[in-house]
Design a binder for this molecule. Structure first.
Ligand code: CA
Length: 170
């Protein structure tokens, strides 16, 4: 069955371009051009993934994420402008599952979607949570338990420090 993707993006040309590319790849795509409409659609129907712009009219991506996640656990990939690392941290802090930096090459988006949707499938099949480990030199992050290690030693971090470190390591 086709994966259902909701695109919430107010830049009409971008939304249209991404939508056509995703449809070409066989996804079932719906678009909304403001945050309020996007939230309503996301609440009403079940999507495998939401591609959510951050800066949106009526309701921004943070608020859409917050409200949606009170109701359901849809996978959210936020689209965030280059140079806004604090927005990335805030987005992840507020419940987005992943992000992609704008402007992005469509091939990168497609590759990321394939990876994510495979993972979502795997989790649904296995009933497991997102089990992944990220490593960089002697640092290791177990994303599932949010544990950070340097070598064998566990490092205590605030939530914000953790998200920033994870973002940089990824
Ligand atoms: Ca926008």
């Amino acid at each position: 069955m086709s994966k259902r993707i909701l695109i919430v993006e107010d830049e009409k040309n971008l939304a249209r371009f991404v939508s056509l590319e995703l449809q070409h790849e066989g996804y079932d795509v719906v678009t909304a051009d403001n945050g309020r409409e996007g939230l309503e659609m996301a609440l009403e129907k079940d999507f495998d993934l939401i591609l959510l712009d951050l800066m949106l009219p009526e309701m921004d991506g943070f608020e859409v994420t917050r409200r949606l996640q009170q109701e359901k656990d849809t996978y959210i990939m936020m689209m965030i402008a280059r140079d806004s690392i604090m927005d990335i941290v805030a987005g992840l802090d507020r419940g987005a599952d992943d992000y992609i930096i704008k402007p992005f090459a469509i091939e990168e988006l497609l590759a990321r979607l394939r990876a994510v949707l495979r993972r979502v499938d795997f989790e649904n099949d296995n009933g497991t949570t997102k089990q992944t480990t990220v490593t960089y030199r002697d640092l290791t992050i177990e994303k599932e338990n949010r544990v950070v290690r340097r070598g064998d030693e566990i490092i205590e971090l605030t939530k914000r420090e953790y998200e920033l470190l994870l973002t940089l390591m990824e």
